[in-house]
Design a protein around this ligand. Structure first.
Ligand SMILES: [Zn+2]
Length: 179
């Protein structure tokens, strides 16, 4: 059995990185359970595991790649993880940050995408970060599922989201920007 857990590469999805759960020692599995309950500071509906922020977990350290560099949530993410680990007795576990490779929306798990949609945020299409279309692809309305949507503003409620509107049900919604 592996002693640590690493966000694995899934060959089925063209090499995009997907967390593979569970793996590692009982302590690592327990830490993953703790991390799966740490909400993203900006979107509490999804956890730091759902977003693919947690890259690697061992009994001594948690490796994270924050979303969007320069996003005010970056520091909050690390603080949330620190608090959750401390509260569960993992005070000796270090948190390390790596920015290479940079976080990508492709790392958001399928479960995370579903949670985003249920929360009213259009998840980025899978593989969008590698696509030349990027943010120009029409977003799917999280309320009614229509693709008849338009971008109102590059900047939504936070710099990490864009504001879109559905032309079918006329509801505005946030869209996760693709990276
Ligand atoms: Zn709609």
């Amino acid at each position: 059995m592996a002693h640590s857990w690493t966000a694995g590469v899934s060959p089925a999805s063209g090499g995009s990185t997907e967390p593979v759960l569970p793996a590692g020692t009982p302590a690592v599995q327990e830490m993953l359970r703790v991390l799966s309950n740490v909400p993203d500071p900006e979107i509490p509906a999804v956890s730091v595991l759902d977003l693919g922020i947690v890259r690697d977990v061992s009994e001594t350290r948690v490796l994270i790649t924050p979303t969007y560099t320069g996003c005010p949530a970056t520091l909050a993410i690390e603080q949330s993880i620190r608090q959750a680990l401390d509260a569960s007795g993992y005070t000796d576990v270090a948190i390390e940050t790596t920015l290479s490779p940079p976080w990508s929306t492709d790392w958001i798990s399928d479960a995370g995408r579903e949670k985003l949609r249920a929360y009213g945020i259009a998840p980025p299409p899978k593989g969008a970060s590698a696509s030349a279309l990027k943010n120009n692809q029409p977003a799917e309305c999280p309320q009614c599922g229509s693709s008849n949507t338009e971008e109102l503003s590059r900047f939504g409620s936070t710099p990490c989201k864009a504001l879109w509107r559905c032309k079918a049900c006329l509801e505005p919604f946030d869209r996760f920007k693709c990276h």
